[in-house]
Design a protein around this ligand. Structure first.
Ligand code: TYM
Length: 335
């Protein structure tokens, strides 16, 4: 009997700042665990980063750093396809075509657009509004069955499904309809300073987030300053105790526990003890990643060769889907 074909998984991450433990526990850690089970395509989405202003030199530098960090965190470029979005032209091309099957109304309902555009002042880029269409193109090019992401991407997965179904119904089955794949713990790591908001790498307050590059003393300091509440009970209650619930979630994620197990082992601690324990778990998790990252960053050529191989492998699959779409909608293919 022939070997059953593996299901396809696609995900992306923006090089818009140093990765946070939100990115790690919400997405990257999950990817490392899934890379052997699925046919995986993971991508540094540099084109998405351009939807808000970026410094050119910084974007270039971060693209290398983020790529290296994904490998340091455990992704194996030989096992999966790890590439940079702008290296595969089909992403931009399909994005344009899908724009022709997407409605302004549905894009204007996107929470991320509302939040990000509110921070941009007068000149909001059209690309920020159009962001979910490029994301749909990313996913649909690879005929992905699953998309492992954190909770904040749920609405973007929904619109991807809607666009894909609309296209399939207008023509004939073309795209696999993808499903979101969310981690049991860590799907929504919150800010350490405003625990009702998600932890974000673009937060203006550096004490609000922990990056994968933070030194142990900084990690400890940031957790010590984390906002909690005036009570003294360690229980998971997102509504009434968002700070403590977030610390419990990070504790559980760093130690591979469920929230319930974390609550059982921390229930008798003081807040100060809990903060120390959470910091220790995160420091230990990040230690081997940081060591490997330093080594990788010394070898730019190796990174570039991985990027090239990734793009070549991705391109083969992506171009096939793109051609299929071009044909169905009536474009004349170049002979
Ligand atoms: P980005 O770069 O904001 O985040 C990358 C991944 O990290 C997750 N994440 C979190 N998870 C838990 N808690 C948090 N505080 C937290 N912050 C971020 C995100 O859910 C995401 O999985 N639009 C995407 C990138 C993208 C993409 C794609 C993803 C572009 N194309 C195609 C999947 C498929 C984004 O901005 O992720």
């Amino acid at each position: 009997m022939s070997e059953t074909k593996k299901k396809v998984m696609f995900s992306g991450i923006q090089p818009s700042g140093d990765f946070t433990i939100g990115n790690y526990f919400g997405a990257i850690k999950n990817w490392t665990e899934l890379q052997s089970i699925y046919e995986c395509y993971f991508c540094i989405v540099d084109l998405h980063a351009l939807t808000v202003p970026q410094d050119a030199a910084m974007l270039r530098k971060r693209t290398y750093e983020c790529y290296a960090m994904l490998i340091a965190a455990g992704l194996e470029p030989e096992k999966l396809v790890l590439f940079v979005q702008s290296h595969v032209a089909a992403h931009s091309e399909l994005s344009w075509l899908l724009n022709c099957y997407t409605y302004m109304g549905e894009l204007s309902r996107m929470i991320q657009f509302k939040e990000k555009s509110a921070k941009q002042g007068e000149n909001i880029r059209a690309a920020l509004f159009d962001y979910p269409v490029l994301m749909a193109a990313d996913i649909l090019l690879y005929q992905a069955h699953y998309v492992p992401v954190g909770e904040d991407q749920r609405q973007h997965i929904e619109i991807t499904r809607d666009i894909a179904m609309r296209f399939n119904n207008t023509y004939s089955p073309t795209f696999t309809i993808p499903e979101g794949h969310y981690p049991k713990t860590g799907a929504r790591i919150m800010s350490l300073q405003e625990p009702q908001n998600k932890m974000s790498k673009s937060d203006s307050n550096v004490n609000a987030y922990i990056t994968l590059k933070d030194k142990p003393e900084d990690i400890l300091r940031k957790f010590k300053r984390a906002v909690t509440d005036s009570d003294d009970k360690i229980v998971y209650d997102e509504q009434n105790k968002p700070g403590i619930s977030n610390l419990l979630q990070i504790y559980a994620s760093a130690r591979g526990m469920t929230i319930e197990q974390a609550q059982n082992s921390c229930g008798a601690m003081t807040y100060a003890e809990l903060k120390m324990q959470v910091a220790e778990g995160v420091i230990e998790t990040l230690k081997p990643i940081q060591k490997r990252y330093e080594e990788l960053m010394k070898d730019k050529e190796l990174l570039e060769s991985y990027m090239r191989q990734g793009a070549e492998r991705a391109e083969k699959v992506a171009n096939k889907t793109l051609q299929k779409v071009q044909k169905k909608i009536g474009l004349v293919l170049r002979k």
